[in-house]
Design a protein around this ligand. Structure first.
Ligand SMILES: CC(C)(COP(=O)(O)OP(=O)(O)OC[C@H]1O[C@@H](n2cnc3c(N)ncnc32)[C@H](O)[C@@H]1OP(=O)(O)O)[C@@H](O)C(=O)NCCC(=O)NCCS
Length: 281
């Protein structure tokens, strides 16, 4: 099988191979070779023998999301990800890790299976083809010596193809570094800019229609093209009043989209936003 995707850093494919967590019943819905990349490990949440792998997934989440204050309990993985949806990511065999790496990931002695270095979780929504992005984690910054730059973005792009996502909905905090990644998939229509329903109200909810071109562009394929319009609003990442004012305009029927990554302006983090006319459906 030939990989049909070129990324900004194909070293990822030299060091790591994909895994997917799926129930046997859901497995048939998956693209098992997204962009010609074969899935090496298929992990069932129903098999007790996979217990160490789920321990390692939780460790990956703890190392990355722990400092963000939103680590997941195992029951959240099981109830909200592994049974209704999928977890897709890149892993390495324990034997191919250094002793220091194994220690940090708390790989049990004698374990010879895959160790996850990244994961992407999405949950199907009721609308056909619509998925909610639940979690993205990458050890790129934890293991900089491996030079896995782009791992987070490539994991999300390939996972969306594996899950056959047609419309993507996500929720992220305005201060999250992950917005550098999410905004690479094209202009993002804003459903909320202030979200009291979430534990962190300073959360945006966004959506976009998934195309292969957008996934290729996000992954860094030099042949892919995507248009990003100019912004007409710059939202300060900590300006609650501005978030609430935009939210009121959205609820009044106006539409807005996020058209690029955050940037620094005079010591503040700001987000580029464009008014699009009537609100998205
Ligand atoms: C955020 C996270 C997934 C990034 O993983 P990664 O493999 O380093 O991501 P990538 O290399 O694909 O990064 C893509 C871009 O984001 C930028 N970026 C990522 N994390 C960053 C950070 N902490 N600070 C500044 N920029 C960051 C990268 O510099 C890169 O920019 P570039 O394209 O201009 O080079 C990872 O650090 C992580 O797991 N963080 C904790 C959990 C989290 O916040 N998850 C997302 C919640 S929705």
């Amino acid at each position: 099988m030939t990989r049909t995707l070129t990324t900004r850093n194909d070293v990822i494919f030299e060091q790591l191979a994909p895994f997917v967590v799926t129930t046997p019943a859901n497995e048939g819905q998956l693209e098992m070779a997204p962009f010609g990349i074969p899935t090496r490990w298929v992990v069932s949440p129903y098999a007790a023998g996979n217990g160490v792998f789920f321990q390692l997934l939780q460790k990956l989440d703890g190392l990355t999301f722990g400092p963000e204050g939103m680590p997941m309990d195992k029951w959240v993985f099981y109830n909200c990800a592994e049974l209704p949806g999928f977890i897709y990511g890149f892993a390495v065999e324990a034997a191919a890790m250094t002793a220091v790496e194994r220690e940090l990931m708390e790989v049990p002695a004698g374990y010879a299976g895959p160790v996850p270095f990244s994961m992407y979780i999405a949950i199907p929504m009721h609308e056909a083809g619509a998925w909610f992005g639940h979690n993205l984690a990458s050890l790129n910054r934890t293991f900089p010596h491996r030079r896995l730059d782009g791992l987070g973005t490539v994991t999300k792009a390939v996972a969306l193809e594996a899950f056959k996502v047609r419309r993507f909905v996500g929720a992220t905090q305005w201060t999250s570094k992950a917005l550098y990644i999410h905004t690479r998939f094209g202009p993002l229509a804003l459903r909320t800019t202030w979200t009291p329903a979430h534990s962190t109200a300073a959360t945006l909810t966004y959506q976009f229609d998934v195309t292969r071109e957008a996934l290729r562009y996000a992954a860094g394929d030099p042949a892919a093209r995507l248009a990003f319009p100019e912004p007409d609003i710059h939202l300060d990442a900590t300006d609650v009043n501005a978030m609430q004012a935009l939210q009121a305009r959205i609820e009044a029927g106006e539409g807005f989209e996020l058209v690029g990554p955050p940037s620094m302006q005079g010591g503040r983090v700001v987000h580029p936003i464009r008014a699009t006319g009537p609100a998205v459906g």
